[in-house]
Design a protein around this ligand. Structure first.
Ligand code: SF4
Ligand code: SF4
Length: 344
């Protein structure tokens, strides 16, 4: 697999990286098989976080068992709470990853001016860690297109990670010019739109089409999944006209109603289970009407009667979704499903 330069960090990483969230749902043995297969196929970039349950531990164990530390670039992250906590988080990550250094340490989830300021205020901790050899490069993960360029323009971050897929392709347009100008490497999370997209070929061809500008992270739970994705990149073919048309159709269909499932809108003081309601249509696509009405989605929909339309959730949504409109649409759909099931 081809490697690309990750901005001014000068890290050379595979065109697609390994996202550490899904391996938290599988066993240590299964995770090790996925990690080993990925490295065998040329994937050398692994991203995880202290907050991803046992993901760091699984990656650390697999890499140590295979004696492959020098073959991989490891990125991890922690939220910017305070200096002493950040130091402890970094040491904990090093211990779990079974390594003396991480190649890239990221402030996790800079989502407004306050968290940006807080992160900048803690930069001395990471600069000291750099001097000690514990951290090689410093980056940030960012939610909300509005903030990304401010983070890039600070000049202190060598990489930024953003939510990007062909549904929210405007994020690439917003970020890439500043990233190029400041020589900041761009990493993409949520290439499958948090499970909303089902066609991996289409989803990753979008990134092949972006060339070396962005390194997407793929979350997998089986060796076959990583084989499929690597095959798409090794094929080197960007989207055809027909595939671009299909992307546009899906984008049009979802538009500003697409919930990224980041849960920043939660919790609701009035007990409304916001996210299962905003993703109700997507849940319903994967299940029978009866299952969705009687299960998790239907139970959540019943909490909607508590909504007083205070607007607090919309203020917290970094994607400016019209949550009330999504509620209304999904509630109509829910009623249709209830009727199909013979309810009232
Ligand atoms: S509008 Fe207010 S009450 Fe309704 S779901 Fe959002 S936060 Fe809860
Ligand atoms: S409504 Fe907005 S804040 Fe809530 S999960 Fe969806 S994208 Fe995230």
């Amino acid at each position: 697999m081809k490697t690309v330069r990750l901005g001014k960090s000068e890290l050379m990483v595979s065109q697609v990286g390994f996202g550490g969230i899904p391996i938290a749902r599988i066993s240590y043995e299964e995770a090790a098989r996925c990690i080993d297969t990925a490295i065998d196929l040329g994937v050398n970039f692994f991203d995880t976080a202290i907050g991803y349950q046992d993901s760091e531990d699984k990656i650390g164990r697999a890499i140590q068992a295979g004696h492959r530390r020098d073959q991989v670039v490891i990125a991890t992250k922690a939220p910017p709470r305070d200096g002493p906590t950040l130091e402890r988080d970094l040491d904990k990550s090093l211990e779990r990853l079974r390594t003396d250094y991480v190649d890239l340490y990221q402030f996790h989830n800079i989502r407004n001016a306050a968290t940006l300021e807080k992160s900048l205020g803690m930069m001395d901790v990471l600069l000291k860690a750099k001097e000690q050899g514990k951290v090689r490069h410093i980056g940030a993960t960012v939610h909300g297109v509005d903030w990304i360029n401010q983070v890039i323009e600070t000049g202190v971050f060598e990489t930024v990670m953003i939510a990007l897929n062909f549904i929210v392709s405007e994020a690439a347009e917003a970020v890439l010019p500043a990233a190029r100008r400041c020589d900041v490497g761009v990493i993409a999370m949520k290439p499958m739109a948090g499970g909303h997209l089902t066609d991996a070929r289409l989803a990753f061809k979008y990134f092949v089409g972006l060339g070396d500008a962005v390194v997407p992270l793929v979350g997998i739970q089986s060796p076959d999944e990583i084989r499929e994705i690597v095959g798409i990149f090794d094929g080197g073919e960007g989207p055809t006209e027909a595939e671009r048309g299909e992307m546009a159709r899906i984008r049009e269909e979802t538009g500003d109603r697409f919930c990224r499932r980041c849960e920043y809108c939660m919790p609701c003081e009035h007990g409304v289970k916001i996210v299962p309601i905003t993703i109700f249509t997507s849940l319903a696509r994967r299940m029978s009407a009866k299952h969705v009405v009687e299960g998790y989605g239907g139970q959540a929909m019943k909490t909607l009667e508590n909504c007083i339309q205070c607007g607090e959730c919309e203020k917290r949504c970094p994607y400016d979704l019209d949550i009330q409109a999504i509620f209304r649409e999904n509630y109509e759909y829910y009623k249709e499903l209830v009727a199909q099931c013979g309810g009232s």
